[in-house]
Design a binder for this molecule. Structure first.
Ligand SMILES: Cc1cc2nc3c(=O)[nH]c(=O)nc-3n(C[C@H](O)[C@H](O)[C@H](O)COP(=O)(O)O)c2cc1C
Length: 322
């Protein structure tokens, strides 16, 4: 049976499957569908310093190939998370990743500092798609220097492994990834939602109250795969792929382009038990191809002009060896 273990920087995972922030509860709410022992890790919804009510409804709209959302980072704030959620995660049988957000760089660092001493937390993921309130509300993820300074502040506040979660809504995602690496991130998560909108032509009403929101699900997979690939080529730290992943073959595609693990989001809304099945399905695919170690696929993308190799080709430089 193929070995599915992987690592993301200092964090060891039993398999490469993590839940994506905001799509799979905050803690263990979904354990009846996907027991933690079937997963590499659980990622919380974004936690901020102060509670946030989120955006007005409607804030979810279905599209032909995915979902639009404008939840607006609704959460009860770090105090409630520390008090009510984390204690329930103490014995979770998978890695626990807390996704953090903020309106100012100092907010991110303050939340990270409060989490640093909590043994329940195995890693932090920094949601850089949060709007920068001091900078015209453009997300931190749109500027490499700003992203670097947020990560640097969080790095100084915690020793936990740190993932920088990037937005695909930029011209050069590799530049942003390099900024986060320079700031001290242990890994890059690529990516958050794409900007999108929907409208009913009969009524003229947009699907979301905020008109524009975040697009996710199967339709975004090629964009997310491209972003993950570009990040893997831009940095030496590991990359976690995210966006439109639903099947075992999707997971393997992200690994081949250089990812060490993946996060699965929107596909869980229609089939929450899918997350629990993915590891077994990956194992079956690898066994079929005689691949003994999942990790051997990481970065094995064969770029045009590269020599033809076996079913688990050697790395070609696209994040090779990770
Ligand atoms: C309803 C919803 C809520 C989300 N909330 C968050 C969030 O709080 N923090 C975050 O970093 N990403 C959030 N995301 C983005 C996902 O974690 C993920 O990056 C994105 O949806 C792409 O993956 P997918 O296509 O598998 O869903 C949210 C996505 C959805 C659909």
């Amino acid at each position: 049976m193929a070995r599915l273990e992987t690592s993301v920087g200092p964090l060891r995972l039993r398999n490469p499957i993590l839940s994506a922030s905001g799509t799979f509860g905050h803690g263990l709410e979904m354990q009846h569908f996907a027991p933690p022992e079937t997963l590499g890790g659980l990622v919380s919804k974004t936690v901020t310093l102060k509670p946030r009510p989120g955006n007005p409804h409607p804030r979810i709209a279905e599209t032909e190939a995915g979902l639009l959302n404008s939840i607006g980072l609704e959460n009860r704030g770090i105090e409630a998370y520390l008090r009510d959620v984390l204690p329930t995660m103490a014995n979770a049988a998978c890695a626990v990743v807390t996704n953090i957000g903020g309106e100012k760089p100092e907010d991110f660092a303050a939340v990270a500092a409060l989490l640093d001493s909590r043994p329940e937390v195995d890693a932090l993921e920094v949601n850089l798609s949060c709007p920068n309130v001091q900078g015209g509300k453009l997300p931190f993820s749109t500027d490499a220097k700003l992203a670097e300074s947020v990560i640097r502040g969080v790095r100084a506040a915690t020793k936990k492994p740190l993932f920088a979660k990037l937005s695909p809504n930029v011209t050069d995602i590799g530049e942003i990834a390099r900024g986060c690496e320079a700031g001290g991130a242990d890994a890059i998560t690529a990516v958050n939602t794409l900007l999108g909108m929907s409208v009913d032509w009969r009524t003229g009403k947009p699907g979301l109250n905020t008109v524009i929101g975040g697009y996710s699900g199967s339709g975004v997979k090629p964009v997310a795969l491209r972003c993950a690939y570009q990040c893997a080529r831009a940095v030496k730290i590991p990359v976690i792929g995210c966006g439109g992943i639903a099947r075992a073959s999707d997971v393997l595609e992200f690994l081949v382009v250089g990812c060490s693990a993946v996060e699965v989001g929107t596909s869980c809304f229609s089939d929450p038990a899918n997350l629990a099945r993915l590891a077994g399905e990956i194992e079956a695919l690898l066994d079929e191809r005689g691949i003994a170690e999942l990790a051997s696929l990481i970065g094995s993308v064969r770029l045009p002009g590269a020599p033809v190799a076996s079913c688990a080709p050697a790395a070609t430089g696209a994040g090779g060896g990770r």
